[in-house]
Design a protein around this ligand. Structure first.
Ligand code: CP3
Length: 341
């Protein structure tokens, strides 16, 4: 069974020789090879230049041999495709202009994904040429709610006050904003699937800050619309939301095929709470990758035993940070490869 077959088998809860493995944010700043490229090119240039984006996606595959590569891009490209300016700097990304009301929304257009973000499709196509049929390719986008958080809130320390105020005081504009973003997300994910991506992941990082009731009212319906519109493509869709423990049944009701869960619950607890045909991805705390390699190996093996090998994709509970030691990533991936039933 090659890596791609293993990923696709896990996504349909079919038997595997061992569970597949990849890590959220595996392409990026913890890798010396990435930092070397970043001294020559800024982040936007890396994303926008398919040759360079593919190189960044391939770096961890060459070094550690994960079962899947993720296209090198960012969830905030959608805002750029709406005519906003996205700047990545110290203290997190900033978007200008922010949207606070109906007029603000009217000043931005609907995301022109096919026109403004064709480089994403091209990067996926080249990545598939480099990796297929052996290794799987993952496409991704942000969920409408998380994208709205970046477009409405000031700065990265999001308490979501403005977004919740907009939802409460002007539900029509809130709904229009999220529908507009949902349309862009559908276009972006379809573009990546057309280009050959084997599966896609939707990141709803900031929806984890909502109460379960708010999640069901303000985030889930828009994610559900996105997933419904992707269904005809037939590719697996993974949904990631932080604070999974308090909303996992709701997440599973989105129509997604798999759930990427954080470390707020165990994979076995998640399994008990989800329908049997939903696969699970997760969920080691990335901070634990700083443990000695032998400890990382133990943690990974314990996680697989607890989750069971079928319908499981080994991953982290949230993305790697720039401080993650390369040795920890290596130990994580190799531990999965060594696992035997
Ligand atoms: O390996 C991969 O996953 C690479 C592709 C990828 C990036 N961002 C590249 C990136 C993916 C899947 C993302 C998703 C993303 N982007 C999310 C959801 C996942 C999560 O971690 O919660 C969010 C919320 C963003 C928004 C974003 N983009 C932030 C908050 C930041 C700055 C801080 C950070 O986490 O790095 C970015 C910039 C960004 N996106 C970088 C990379 C490699 C750093 C760019 C650099 O300075 O070199």
């Amino acid at each position: 069974m090659n890596a791609r077959e293993r990923m696709l088998a896990a996504c349909s809860c079919q038997p595997v020789d061992r569970p597949p493995v990849w890590l959220m944010r595996q392409a990026g700043r913890y890798l010396p090879a990435y930092r070397a490229l970043r001294t020559k090119h800024d982040f936007w240039t890396l994303m926008r230049t398919p040759r360079l984006a593919v190189e960044v996606s391939l770096q961890p595959i060459r070094q550690f041999g994960m079962d899947a590569a993720i296209v090198f891009s960012d969830i905030l490209t959608i805002h750029d495709a709406m005519g906003a300016e996205v700047r990545y700097g110290q203290g997190g990304p900033r978007i200008q202009p922010l949207v606070h009301d109906a007029q603000g929304l009217d000043a931005l257009g609907a995301p022109d994904v096919d026109g403004a973000l064709s480089f994403v499709g091209e990067a996926v196509e080249r990545l598939c040429t480099a990796l297929h049929p052996d290794t799987a390719v993952i496409g991704f986008a942000g969920a409408p709610f998380t994208l709205a958080a970046y477009l409405v809130e000031e700065g990265p320390g999001k308490d979501l006050t403005r977004l919740l105020r907009l939802a409460r005081n002007d539900p029509a504009t809130y709904g229009r904003l999220l529908d507009l973003l949902a349309g862009g997300v559908v276009d972006l994910l379809r573009m990546q699937l057309r280009a050959g991506a084997d599966l896609v992941q939707i990141f709803d990082t900031w929806a984890g800050s909502l109460t379960p009731a708010q999640y069901e009212e303000l985030a889930l319906p828009f994610t559900r619309k996105v997933i419904e519109r992707l269904q005809p493509a037939g590719a697996p869709v993974i949904l990631y939301v932080r604070a999974s423990a308090s909303r996992i049944e709701a997440m599973a009701s989105s129509g997604c095929n798999g759930l990427s869960i954080d470390d707020s619950l165990s994979l076995s607890a998640a399994r008990r709470r989800c329908p049997p045909d939903v696969f699970l991805q997760g969920n080691l705390d990335p901070a634990l990758l700083a443990s000695p390699p032998a400890r990382v190996r133990e943690l990974v093996h314990a996680m697989i035993s607890e989750a069971g090998p079928t319908g499981t994709i080994v991953n982290l509970g949230r993305g790697l940070t720039p401080a993650t030691p390369v040795e920890g990533v290596d130990a994580f991936v190799q531990a999965v490869k060594e696992w035997a039933p």
